[in-house]
Ligand binder design. Structure first.
Ligand code: SAM
Ligand code: DTB
Ligand code: SF4
Length: 328
C-alpha cells in the first residue's frame, strides 16, 4: 500500500446519515461478524483500549414530577425514593475526592428534577461543578431540562458534559414517558451544545422495545452532528414499584449487540456501559469492552441502585487487559 492508501485506510469516517435499514442490519448481523466490524472500528478509533471510569452520585434523590416508567425516583411510581436530604456542596466534594482517589476520571452528579430552576440549588450545583473541576476531574451533571441562560452558566462554571438521555426511539417514547416530549429533550440537547458543553446522551434497552426501536434510537443519536461525546447504554434495572418492574431480563448478548452497533455508528464517542452491569456477567462485559465500550460507571452505586464494587471492577478491567487511570 502507498502512504496515501495507508492514511486512507486509517481514516475514521463519522457519518450522520445512517439509515434505519443499515442500523437494523448491523444489530441483527451474525454476532461474530458484528463483533469483527465493531472491533475494527474500535481499535482504529480508540487505540490502546483506554477505558474512562466515571463515578456517579445522586445529589437530589426522588420526588421527581416526571412519569418515566423505568424510574424509581418518580412520584408517579410507588418506588419513589424521596425522603433523603439533598447533599450539600462539601459532602459532594468529599465524595468526588474519594472517587478520584479510587481512580475515577469523571464525576457525574444527578438531580431528580424535571428541569433546572434558578435559585439557591442551582448556585450550589455551580459550586459543585467548580469544585469537581478544581480536583482535576471531568464534571458531568444530569438534572433534566435547561434554558439557554442556564446552559451558559453551566459552561461558565466549567461543566465538561451534560447528561440528558433520549431513552428510547421516538416511536416507542409515548409508552415510556408522557410528561415531556421527545422534542423537548432534543431542544435541551441543542442548548447544551450551543453553550459549548459536551453532550452525554444515550438510552435504555429492555423496556419492551423492538429491534426497530433500538435502531431508531441509535439513528437519532448518530444523526446528531457532532455525535454526542458520550453515549450511555443502559439496560433496564427493573425496580419494584415501577410500571416496568416485571420486564424480563435483557439477554446479555443483546447489550453486546447494542454496544457494538453504537461503536460502529459513532466511532469516536465514549460508549459507556451503564446501568444493568450487575446482571451482565463478566464475560458479556468483556465482550462489550472488546466490541466498543470505552467507559463504565465505577463505584458501588449508580443513582439509587447497585453497581459492581470497585474491587470486582478492577479485577474485570485487568482481566480484560484494557487501560485505565488505575493501570497507568
Ligand atoms: N432527571 C434527570 C433526567 O431524567 O434527565 C436526570 C436523572 S435520570 C435518573 C438519568 C437517566 O438514568 C435516565 O434518563 C435513564 O436513562 C437512566 N435510568 C433511570 N432509571 C433507570 C433504570 N431503572 N434502569 C436503567 N436506566 C435508568
Ligand atoms: C445514564 O445513562 N445512566 C446513569 C446516568 N446516566 C445518570 C443513571 C442510571 C440510573 C439507574 C437507576 C438508578 O440507580 O436509580
Ligand atoms: Fe425524573 Fe429523571 Fe427519573 Fe424521569 S428519569 S423520573 S426525569 S429523575
Amino acid at each position: 500500500m502507498s502512504t496515501k492508501e495507508v492514511a486512507k485506510s486509517n481514516e475514521i469516517i463519522q457519518r450522520h446519515d445512517w439509515t434505519l435499514d443499515e442500523i437494523k442490519e448491523l444489530l441483527e448481523r451474525p454476532l461474530i461478524d458484528l463483533l469483527w466490524k465493531a472491533q475494527n472500528v474500535h481499535r482504529k478509533a480508540n487505540p490502546g483500549y483506554q477505558v474512562q471510569l466515571a463515578s456517579l452520585l445522586s445529589v437530589k434523590t426522588g420526588g421527581c414530577q416526571e412519569d418515566c416508567s423505568y424510574c424509581p425516583q418518580s412520584i408517579h411510581n410507588s418506588s419513589d425514593v424521596s425522603g433523603q436530604p439533598d447533599l450539600e456542596v462539601d459532602s459532594v466534594l468529599r465524595q468526588a475526592k474519594t472517587a478520584k482517589d479510587s481512580g475515577a476520571d469523571r464525576f457525574c452528579m444527578g438531580w431528580a428534577w424535571r428541569e433546572i430552576r434558578d435559585g439557591e440549588k442551582f448556585e450550589e450545583m455551580l459550586s459543585m461543578i467548580r469544585g469537581v473541576k478544581s480536583l482535576g476531574l471531568e464534571a458531568c451533571v444530569t438534572a433534566g431540562m435547561v434554558t439557554e441562560r442556564q446552559a451558559s452558566r453551566l459552561a461558565e462554571a466549567g461543566l465538561t458534559a451534560y447528561n440528558h438521555n433520549l431513552d428510547t426511539s421516538p416511536e416507542n417514547y409515548g409508552e415510556i414517558i408522557t410528561t415531556r416530549t421527545y422534542q423537548e429533550r432534543l431542544d435541551t440537547l441543542a442548548r447544551i451544545r450551543r453553550a459549548g458543553i459536551n453532550i452525554c446522551c444515550g438510552g435504555i434497552i429492555g423496556m419492551g422495545e423492538t429491534i426497530s426501536d433500538r435502531a431508531s434510537l441509535l439513528k437519532v443519536l448518530a444523526s446528531l452532528d457532532p455525535h454526542p461525546e458520550s453515549v450511555p447504554i443502559n439496560s433496564l434495572v427493573a425496580v419494584e414499584g415501577t410500571p416496568l418492574e416485571h420486564q424480563s431480563k435483557v439477554e446479555p448478548l443483546e447489550m453486546v449487540r447494542m454496544v457494538a452497533t453504537a461503536r460502529i455508528l459513532m466511532p469516536k464517542s465514549k460508549i459507556r456501559l451503564s446501568a444493568g452491569r450487575q446482571q451482565l456477567g463478566k464475560e458479556a462485559q468483556i465482550l462489550c469492552l472488546q466490541a466498543g465500550a470505552n467507559s463504565i460507571f465505577y463505584g458501588d452505586k449508580l443513582l439509587t441502585t447497585g453497581n459492581p464494587d470497585i474491587g470486582s471492577d478492577r479485577e474485570l478491567l485487568s482481566q480484560a487487559g484494557v487501560n485505565t487511570k488505575i493501570s497507568r
